[in-house]
Design a protein around this ligand. Structure first.
Ligand SMILES: Nc1ncnc2c1ncn2[C@@H]1O[C@H](COP(=O)(O)OP(=O)(O)OP(=O)(O)O)[C@@H](O)[C@H]1O
Length: 387
C-alpha cells in the first residue's frame, strides 16, 4: 500500500517535544481526520508532512516515497492552513489557478479546473475580486478552492472550514469528501471539532500531548474508546462518568452507586475479574440515560439527581444531571477523594418541563456502561455492539 504520513516521527520546537514517535499513515483516497485538544500537535503533524517543520527522527512518507529530506516545494502537497494567505495582488481566479500555473499546467486545463471548482464552491461572482474585497468566509472558500483545483500527492487540510458559516460547512465538507474520493488522493484533515471529524472521516486519529492515543474508524472511537480521555473527547453531549464499586453476589455482578446497585444480569465478565470489590468509573452515553418519567425498561435502575444544565436543541433537550451518589464503603469516591457522584447527560423530550435545580430521576442499564479503571483511565470493558 502506498502510505502517506509520518512513521515514528518526533518533532522538537523551541526545545519542546511537540510530537513523540508518532506513526500515522493514510492510504490512497483515504480521509484521515486528526483530532485533539489545542496544543496536541495536530498542525505540527501536517507541517511535518508538508516539509515546513523539520523532524528530529522518523520518516515522512508520501505515497510510499520517503521524502523526509526532500524540500517542501518538491513534495506535491496541496494545503489549506488556518491562516493560509491568498496572494493579495491577484484576483480570485488567479489565486485559484496559482498552484497549477506554478506546476506549468497547460492554460486550457487551468481555466477549466478553476471554473469548474469555482462553480461548485459558488465563487463565480467573486472571480474578478482581490482578496481584500472578500469577507472572511469568502477568503476561506477561495483557500479551499485553491487546494482542490489541484491533483496533488496529498491534501493537507488544517481547519479548512474555520471561516465558514454553518450551512457552508456542511456543503463544503461534502465537496471535500467527494474530491478526495474521486481523485483518490490521501488526505490528512485537522479539526478541533469531533462532530465534524466523525462525519467525514474514513479513520480518526486522536492526538494528546504529541502522541496518538487511538486511531480507528469513527464508530470504533465512539463505541470502543481505549481510555477515558478518548471517551470524553468523542461524543457530543459528552459521555457521563459515574464512580461506582464493582460487586459480585450470588454469582451475579453489579455496580454499586451510592445505595443503589445496577445489576449486570450476568457473572463478572472476565476483563473485570481483578476489579471485584474495587472502584471503577462507569461511562454512560447520553442515549443510554433516560428520563424515568418517560417510562422504565425492566433492565434499568433509577438514579436520583439534580439538573445542572438544560440545553434546548429543537429536536430534544440535553439535560445534565448531577447524580449525588458517591460509592459507599471504604475509600468511597476515590476519584479525587469524596467525589460527589458524577454527571450524566440525557436527551429529554423537547416538551418535557425540566429546569436547572429540579430533582429528577434517570434510568440506566448497567450493561450499556463502559467501565474504566479510575487509577489509569484505561477502558476495562465496553458494552456489546448495538446491532
Ligand atoms: N515555534 C514553537 N516553539 C515552541 N513551541 C511551539 C512552537 N510552535 C508550536 N509550539 C507548541 O507545540 C505544541 C503543538 O502545537 P500545534 O500548533 O501543533 O498544536 P495544535 O494541536 O495544532 O493546536 P491548535 O488546535 O490550538 O491549533 C503546542 O504546545 C505549541 O505551544
Amino acid at each position: 500500500m502506498a502510505d502517506t504520513g509520518v512513521e515514528g516521527v518526533t518533532v522538537v520546537r523551541g526545545g519542546t517535544t511537540v510530537l513523540r514517535d508518532v506513526t500515522l499513515l493514510a492510504a490512497d483516497g483515504e480521509l484521515l481526520v486528526v483530532l485533539g485538544p489545542s496544543g496536541s500537535g495536530k498542525s505540527t503533524l501536517l507541517r511535518a508532512v508538508a516539509g515546513l517543520d523539520e523532524v528530529r527522527s522518523g520518516d515522512v512518507l508520501i505515497r510510499g516515497r520517503r521524502v523526509t529530506r526532500v524540500p517542501s516545494a518538491e513534495r506535491h502537497v496541496a494545503m489549506v492552513f488556518q491562516s493560509s494567505a491568498l496572494l493579495p495582488f491577484l484576483d480570485v481566479a488567479h489565486n485559484l489557478g496559482w498552484g497549477l500555473r506554478v506546476q506549468h499546467r497547460p492554460e486550457a486545463e487551468v481555466q477549466q479546473r478553476v471554473s469548474g471548482r469555482a462553480r461548485q464552491l459558488r465563487l463565480g461572482r467573486l472571480l474578478g475580486r482581490r482578496p481584500r474585497e472578500l469577507s472572511g468566509g469568502e477568503r476561506g472558500l477561495v483557500g479551499i478552492g485553491r487546494a482542490l483545483v489541484q491533483v496533488p500527492d496529498v491534501f493537507l487540510l488544517d481547519e479548512p472550514l474555520g471561516d465558514l458559516d454553518a450551512v457552508q460547512r456542511v456543503e463544503v465538507r461534502r465537496q471535500i469528501v467527494d474530491v478526495v474520493r474521486t481523485l483518490g488522493v490521501p488526505t490528512l484533515y485537522v479539526t478541533h471539532d469531533p462532530a465534524e471529524g466523525l462525519v467525514i472521516a474514513d479513520r480518526v486519529a486522536l492526538l494528546h500531548e504529541g502522541r496518538v492515543v487511538q486511531v480507528g474508524r469513527p464508530r470504533e472511537l465512539y463505541e470502543r474508546p481505549v481510555d477515558v480521555f478518548v471517551a470524553g473527547f468523542i461524543g457530543d453531549p459528552p459521555i457521563g462518568l459515574l464512580p461506582a464499586r464493582l460487586v459480585s453476589a450470588g454469582g451475579q455482578a453489579g455496580f454499586r452507586v451510592g445505595t443503589r446497585t445496577l445489576p449486570l444480569w450476568q457473572p463478572v465478565p472476565p476483563p473485570l475479574l481483578d476489579h471485584v470489590g474495587r472502584e471503577v468509573l462507569l461511562g454512560l452515553r447520553p442515549e443510554d440515560v433516560h428520563d424515568a418519567a418517560a417510562g422504565q425498561d425492566p433492565d434499568t435502575v433509577a438514579l436520583d439527581g439534580v439538573v445542572s444544565h438544560v440545553e434546548y436543541t429543537g429536536r430534544h433537550q440535553v439535560v445534565a444531571v448531577v447524580v449525588d451518589a458517591p460509592p459507599d464503603g471504604p475509600g468511597g469516591g476515590a476519584l479525587g477523594g469524596g467525589s460527589p457522584g458524577g454527571t450524566l447527560h440525557s436527551f429529554y423530550a423537547s416538551r418535557a418541563v425540566v429546569r436547572p435545580g429540579d430533582a429528577v430521576r434517570v434510568t440506566v442499564d448497567a450493561a450499556r456502561a463502559h467501565v474504566f479503571d479510575p487509577a489509569t483511565g484505561r477502558a476495562l470493558r465496553h458494552p456489546p455492539d448495538r446491532r
